[in-house]
Design a protein around this ligand. Structure first.
Ligand code: KG4
Ligand code: ZN
Length: 357
């Protein structure tokens, strides 16, 4: 019997040190044998955001422990591994370099292939860890560093339909949380605060709501939240502001997702239309519920990964690794980290003043 491929995944692009072992299966969904994520939340929370140097130092401290833990939990030995998949970008260069150098050293010592993975491609393929999903599909990626709609046409083939022209959605959640006195990362707390507040209390703007296709913008919203936060006197005011913010985000995402659905339908040509959401913000229950309802209304099949696969993890990196391994898409050992690695290489840069939508 042919040996089932065994992939070790490694992820250190931002503030999570993660390793996972994934085994090919005769079924279409591979076996996730282990998935270890060590978060640096405690290190960064007093700074209100990720401090790159501290993040890199912590990755260096932990990487071998986390990889060993992933191997131990999987019941496999390093010698059983067929390839090492590692995030090569986008992300913080000092953080990416830790995982990448570790993976290169392993690949060289074990004489096994190195597979460098785009972190966003990891998020894009994360639902394949739980379900049999065929290309093409529409992806909404909403994380602390990215917010984009992508048509996933095939492995390595992406068309960006829309992107944020300023802040990422997770950033908007974290900045709003900071203004409400909540420590980083604030997204999950905004959700909790919002549940106790009046969503109609504060009027907030919806930047580029009626223009710019399915591109997104959150900077104007942040300025409005900043103004209102100065008038806040008690906890109820905070809950109301969180609820008003959460409501506006839901409205923006529903409207922009409708536009993305229309655009995807025109290019996909397939009868079955799948809609995937991924990234840390996809853990937000109200956002999930709203987008699930919209999908069903518009004849899209919603495929939302479980919460533990929404945030950064190495299982998704191993998933891309497995698909590339089957196609023998290996990387050279001298490949550098790519902090700005885009999935759609043809997409225009849409950030900064003067951007034409
Ligand atoms: O994908 P992720 O784990 O890391 C990257 O940025 O790549 O996403 C982290 C982001 C943070 O901004 C965090 O505040 C946000 O996801 N987040 C949430 C929720 N859980 C995490 N935002 C809103 N609601 C949540 N429940
Ligand atoms: Zn991510």
């Amino acid at each position: 019997m042919k040996k089932r491929a065994l992939i070790l995944g490694i992820e250190t692009s931002c503030d999570e040190t993660a390793a996972a072992v994934l085994e090919e299966s005769t079924e279409s969904i591979p076996n996730l044998l282990s998935n270890i994520v060590s978060s640096q939340e405690q290190i960064h929370k007093k700074f209100g955001g990720v401090v790159p140097e501290l993040a890199a130092r912590s990755h260096i401290d932990k990487i071998d422990l986390i990889v060993n833990e992933a191997l131990k939990k999987s019941g496999k030995k390093l010698k059983d591994i067929d390839a090492i998949a590692v995030t090569g970008g986008p992300g913080l260069i000092v953080c990416l370099s830790v995982g990448l150098n570790f993976a290169k050293a392993l690949a060289m010592t074990l004489k096994k292939p190195l597979i460098i993975v785009n972190h966003l491609e990891g998020h894009a393929l994360s639902p394949k860890l739980i379900t049999d999903l065929n290309y093409p599909y529409l992806l909404l990626l909403i994380s602390g560093g990215h917010s984009q709609y992508l048509a996933v046409k095939n492995l390595g083939k992406y068309k960006r339909l829309g992107t944020t022209i300023d802040d990422a959605l997770g950033e908007a959640f974290d900045k709003t949380a900071k203004l409400l006195g909540i420590k980083f990362p604030g997204g999950p707390f905004i959700e909790k605060f919002a549940a106790k507040g009046n969503k109609n209390r504060y009027d907030l703007p919806k930047p580029i709501f009626n223009k710019g296709g399915c591109n997104l913008s959150f900077a104007g919203l942040k300025t409005a939240v900043l103004k209102i936060s100065k008038t806040i006197k008690n906890d109820q005011d905070k809950f109301d502001l969180a609820a008003s913010f959460q409501k506006i985000i839901e409205q923006i995402l529903v409207k922009k997702t409708k536009i993305a659905f229309d655009q995807f339908e025109k290019i996909s040509g397939s009868k079955k239309k799948f809609f995937v959401i991924a990234g840390g913000v996809a853990a937000n229950k109200n956002i999930r519920n709203n987008l699930e309802k919209l999908s069903l209304d518009k004849n899209f099949i919603p495929i939302f990964p479980p919460l533990n696969l929404c945030g950064d993890n190495a299982a998704m990196i191993a998933m891309v690794g497995l698909e590339k391994f089957r196609l023998k898409k290996f990387s050279k050992l001298d490949t550098p980290a790519k902090p700005r690695w885009q999935l759609d290489q043809n997409a225009a840069f849409l950030k900064g003043a003067g951007v034409k939508l």
